[in-house]
Design a binder for this molecule. Structure first.
Ligand SMILES: Nc1ncnc2c1ncn2[C@@H]1O[C@H](COP(=O)(O)OP(=O)(O)OP(=O)(O)O)[C@@H](O)[C@H]1O
Ligand SMILES: [Mg+2]
Length: 317
């Protein structure tokens, strides 16, 4: 359904003249740096990696919310960057993105009914009575009482807002849903309920998901396959069932190790242009316990290790 080919998105960070005088130089952030993968129809592909590794940038570039620096994305065989106006409109209906913080993505002035009706109007789906019908059935699907239709985002709990965001994305019957940390900030019980609801809706509506999270346990629970990202690269792709015991990339193993430090403490956004050797070598070589000289010299590509299992590491075979 979706094919991503050698996708890159680099951001140029420009400083103002004063900062330049102080010696701050413009630089490039390689938020995504050559990513290739595909998602099959009906699949849940999990995407994990620490904060700042490029997950949101990838999601946005895949759906042409950003233009890429390099590479291509095919949605049902067609390049999303080559699409004309009508094809793009169709893409906007068939592929939806749900963001983490529904508090800032939902318009505070709209009540739930308006929020659900807006995408139907935009995509000219149904007459007034049919729209009412669709809204009622969508509310039922996400298990929100019809009484909530009059409420504004501020009058909903975090979990209810996330359900409403899901309802808003799903009401126009997309095929692909990119969920960017949809459970972040929710307490564990609400988060489990929402995840189960998402998986149930997936079956019911025949959806395909790209499910982004930095929580390994939810991703393992939800995903058919898991892609692990580090500094703008995918370093491993593996079946969900084999993830726990069969992952081979040293970074994946590091993520899985219980004694590791909280991830946020080791990264702060600007890592991408700082990584050693001017970008030469493996992205993980500086932190890798197993590195040898080849790791600092050349960047390993994603290679098939076993059916359904790819690893980007010189030392894994
Ligand atoms: N619009 C932008 N302009 C410049 N740099 C950006 C922009 N968006 C993202 N970046 C940088 O690109 C890198 C990847 O950011 P991104 O938001 O994609 O990471 P992420 O994996 O989604 O992180 P998180 O888990 O915290 O959401 C970061 O270094 C970030 O600072
Ligand atoms: Mg993000």
């Amino acid at each position: 359904m979706l094919e991503v080919r050698d996708l890159k998105k680099h951001f140029r960070i420009r400083h103002n003249p004063l900062a330049r005088l102080r010696g701050h130089r413009d630089h490039i952030v390689r938020a995504i740096d050559g990513v290739t993968f595909e998602i099959c129809e009906g699949e849940v592909l999990g995407l994990v990696g620490e904060s700042g590794c490029g997950k949101t940038t990838l999601a946005k570039t895949v759906l042409r919310l950003y233009l890429p620096t390099n590479g291509d994305v095919l949605f049902r065989g067609q390049s999303v960057f080559g699409m004309g106006r009508n094809e793009l409109k169709q893409l906007r209906r068939e592929a939806q993105i749900v963001f983490q913080d529904s508090n800032s993505t939902l318009d505070p002035r709209m009540n739930a009914r308006h929020m659900l009706e807006e995408p139907l109007l935009l995509h000219r789906m149904g007459q007034r009575s049919e729209r009412r019908q669709r809204i009622a059935s969508m509310m039922e699907k996400v298990m929100l009482s019809p009484a909530f239709l009059k409420r504004h985002p501020a009058e909903l709990s975090g979990g209810q807002r996330q359900r409403l965001s899901m309802a808003r994305a799903l009401i126009i019957e997309p095929r692909l849903v990119i969920a960017d940390e949809p459970l972040a900030g929710l307490d564990p019980i609400v988060s489990t309920q929402l995840l189960d609801l998402m998986l149930c809706l997936k079956r019911e509506m025949g959806l395909t998901y790209l499910f982004i999270s930095h929580d390994l346990s939810t991703v393992t629970y939800a995903s058919d396959r898991i892609a692990v990202m580090y500094k703008g690269r995918i370093v491993e792709i593996i079946d969900g069932e084999r993830f726990q015991s069969g992952a081979l990339h040293p970074y994946t193993r590091f993520l899985q190790s219980p004694e590791r430090l909280p991830v946020e403490s080791e990264v702060n956004g600007d890592i991408h242009f700082r990584h050693g050797n001017g970008g030469k070598g493996c992205v993980f070589h500086e932190k890798c316990p197993n590195r040898t000289s080849i790791c600092t010299e050349s960047s390993p590509g994603l290679r098939d290790i076993a059916p359904g299992h790819k690893v980007a590491c010189h030392l894994v075979n």
